[in-house]
Design a protein around this ligand. Structure first.
Ligand code: ADP
Ligand code: MG
Length: 255
């Protein structure tokens, strides 16, 4: 059964989408078959994986509203063994359209159950809020990976995120676990980055990934070419770090 990892943090701009795209692609490079699910109406994971988001017949939106099956919602990317359930701006309206629907916290989970065995990993990119789409991702997931940007306000909002994860654990998905924290946009030239890492380590009682993602301009450029970092600039520091992260995720899975 494929392992389902939701990448969540209600703060925007912390590296969720960058991690979803590049962790997925690097898991594929390690020989895994991967499905990436884009739960953000911005659709940046979709375009970052080279899929044109404007002319899609089926997306996460149609899937959530029961207008297509999960197999119909999937597209194969240009990368072998990497599949995507895309999203676009239509998804922004889903929250309202789901009002009053029974068991709306389980819509995604009930669909993913059909295809979980077809993949080694399913990576879900969450939107920057703790809304019903994020709850659906957490209800579906086995684990939650939290990217934390190495900046002064890194800890802000984290207690709210952890509270939400605890609520989902008690009420919706008892087997949900923390995958852990991954630090992003680390700048070795500043003391601040190092302080943030130390501060989070001493305040959070959770697994911290050894791999730290550096601030690397190539990571910011890659999405405009519709490519993950390992294919855009495989020798960059960004590519090296996401390869290491993928290896660490696989090792943890084997433990
Ligand atoms: P989120 O999905 O949490 O909102 P993104 O992954 O979209 O965050 O990242 C926010 C911005 O920062 C994007 O423009 C992205 O290209 C850039 N970015 C993300 N990670 C890095 C990094 N390690 N180095 C440089 N730029 C990054
Ligand atoms: Mg994002």
């Amino acid at each position: 059964m494929g392992r389902i990892i939701a990448i969540a943090n209600q703060k925007g701009g912390v590296g969720k989408t960058t991690t979803a795209i590049n962790l997925s692609a690097c898991l594929v490079e390690e020989g895994k078959k991967v499905l990436t699910i884009d739960m953000d109406p911005q659709g940046n994971t979709t375009s970052g994986l080279g899929v044109e988001k404007s002319d899609l017949e089926n997306t996460v939106y149609e899937l959530m509203l029961g207008e297509c099956t999960i197999r119909k919602s999937m597209v194969q990317t240009e990368i072998e063994n990497l599949y995507l359930i895309p999203s676009n701006v239509n998804l922004a309206g889903a929250e309202i359209e789901l009002l009053g629907i029974d068991e709306k916290e389980y819509i995604l989970k009930n669909e993913v159950d059909y295809i979980q065995d077809d993949f080694d990993f399913i990576i879900i990119d969450c939107p920057p809020s703790l809304n019903m789409l994020t709850i659906n991702a957490m209800t579906t997931a086995n684990t939650i990976l939290v990217p934390i940007q190495c900046e002064y306000y890194a800890l802000e909002g984290l207690s709210q995120l952890i509270h939400t994860i605890n609520l989902v654990q008690t009420r919706l998905n008892p087997s949900l676990e923390m995958e852990g924290v991954v630090f992003t946009m680390y700048d070795a030239r500043t003391n601040l980055s190092l302080q943030v890492v130390e501060n989070v380590k001493s305040n959070l009682n959770t697994t911290i990934y050894k791999t730290i993602i550096p601030r690397n301009i190539r990571l910011a450029e890659a999405p405009s070419h519709g490519l993950p970092i390992n294919l855009y600039d495989g020798k960059s520091a960004g590519a090296e770090s996401y390869r290491l992260l993928a290896k660490e995720v696989i090792e943890r899975e084997e433990d």
